[in-house]
Design a protein around this ligand. Structure first.
Ligand code: RAT
Ligand code: ZN
Length: 417
């Protein structure tokens, strides 16, 4: 039992600093997938969050086309020059690079990019991956494994080694909207009897395709990112039919949740490639209808628009088969993480997953989790202090339990449900 509030808050800070986290959504791959696993100085500097930022300050003469035609190292040089040397490195993505290099013991004060590159070139990727997971204190990270990518199918066919710290998820965006024709082509080529104008047989074959992929890769969940306008569930539209007749039956059969990432407005500026999507407010009623119609299914959900967060959090109180996760992309900024995490704690207790990294570059695990831990620690210190002042006496075990809950424990309990 803690004698005073200072001892309690020290214990809370220590628990947040040391609790192992589960990273429920990333874009990482195993080292055996060679160049698919991104890591190192040039990759971290050319993260699409930073490339997008570069074009807010770059000279007019630097077009996206010109930028993307350059070798990676020259792209990284431009980001370094404009965002870090000529700019203030103040954005969250830029600060993340500094935090990462600093935690790795590299010379950020000296701004020695050449020395930093040299250090990365000396690393062995298998050892480095283990080191990064240890530094970020992550038990495992969930990858994004597309069911419709030829490259990915090739990796699985070769049965390449995947370390225990990486688990799979089955990404199925291609089934929706603009992707449908490509999805039909991929499924047909793989021997499934599917038609562009779907009939009963087509939906059943899509279900079978998803179940077969699940047998192959054993996903933790199915996942898709859906734009705010496309997220229109409940009407007589293709999106609703594919969800009702193929995706949810397959997810229930496999026994996994369907993870929906809602609100990225696709390719607002396609010239920016991966960074070209915007954000839009989505209709939470669409999700409500989905939950009402699929009481037997489970849903992991994150939304991109700040405006959607309150309504979404209230919804999670109404449905035990809805689990919220992460502060996604444009919400993964300290001010919004702070607001969202407080809101979720105040409405849901610990029944949510406070963060995912969305790391595309291995090294990013270091900063994404260290930045999040700091914000979560400040919030929990305040919450536990309020409880202490009200006479409640939390124990060390309870604090450890609660911190783990929002860092992955509740996610695992939801999977088991
Ligand atoms: O945050 C991101 O990196 C986005 O580009 C998307 O990848 C998003 O996270 C997604 O999984 O669709
Ligand atoms: Zn992602």
């Amino acid at each position: 039992m803690f004698k005073n509030v200072n001892d309690l808050t020290d214990a809370v800070r220590k628990a947040v600093e040391t609790t192992v986290v589960t990273d429920v959504h990333t874009h990482l791959f195993p080292p055996s997938y060679d160049e698919a696993l991104l890591w190192g100085a040039d990759e971290i500097l050319t993260y699409h969050y930073l490339v997008t930022e570069l074009f807010t300050v770059a000279p007019h003469s630097l077009t996206c086309e010109k930028f993307f035609s350059l070798p990676k190292s020259a792209q990284a040089d431009l980001v370094w020059e404009h965002i870090f040397l000529k700019g203030g490195a103040l954005s969250e993505a830029a600060r993340g690079v500094i935090t990462t290099f600093n935690h790795l013991g590299l010379d950020v004060a000296g701004r020695d990019l050449a020395g930093i590159r040299k250090w990365f070139a000396e690393q062995n990727i298998d050892e480095y991956l283990a080191k990064v997971f240890e530094m970020a204190n992550i038990d495992y990270a969930v990858m994004t494994n597309s069911a419709f990518s030829a490259a990915e199918a090739d990796f699985w066919r070769q049965d390449l080694p995947v370390p225990d710290c990486l688990k799979t998820s089955l990404r199925i965006d291609t089934l929706f909207d603009d992707g449908w024709e490509k999805a039909v082509e991929v499924m047909s080529d793989a021997g499934y009897d599917v038609k562009i104008e779907p009939d009963d047989k087509t939906y059943d074959e899509v279900r079978r395709f998803l179940v077969d992929w699940s047998e192959r890769i054993k996903p933790v969940y199915f996942a898709a990112s859906i734009g705010p306008d496309e997220f229109a569930y409940g009407d007589d539209n293709p999106f609703t039919h594919v969800i009702d007749r193929a995706v949810m039956p397959a997810a229930v059969e496999v026994g996994v949740p369907f993870a929906l990432m809602i609100g990225a407005r696709g390719a607002v500026n396609p010239n920016l490639r991966a960074g070209g999507a915007g954000v839009g407010v989505a209709d939470v009623m669409s999700l409500t209808r989905m939950l009402q119609n699929h009481a037997d299914g489970k849903f992991l959900v994150t939304m991109l628009s700040r405006d959607n967060q309150h309504e979404l959090t209230v919804l999670a109180r109404k449905f035990g088969n809805l689990h919220l996760f992460g502060c996604w992309w444009y919400c993964n900024n300290p001010s919004i993480i702070d607001e969202m995490t407080r809101q979720r704690l105040e409405l849901l207790g610990t029944a949510f997953t406070s963060q995912h990294s969305d790391a595309r570059v291995l090294d990013q695990l270091i900063y994404k989790w260290s930045h999040t831990r700091k914000i979560v620690a400040d919030i929990l210190v305040e919450k536990y202090s309020d409880l202490f002042a009200a006479g409640w006496r939390p124990t060390q075990e309870e604090i450890t339990r609660d911190v783990r809950a929002i860092f992955g424990g509740s996610f695992e309990a939801f999977l088991e449900k």
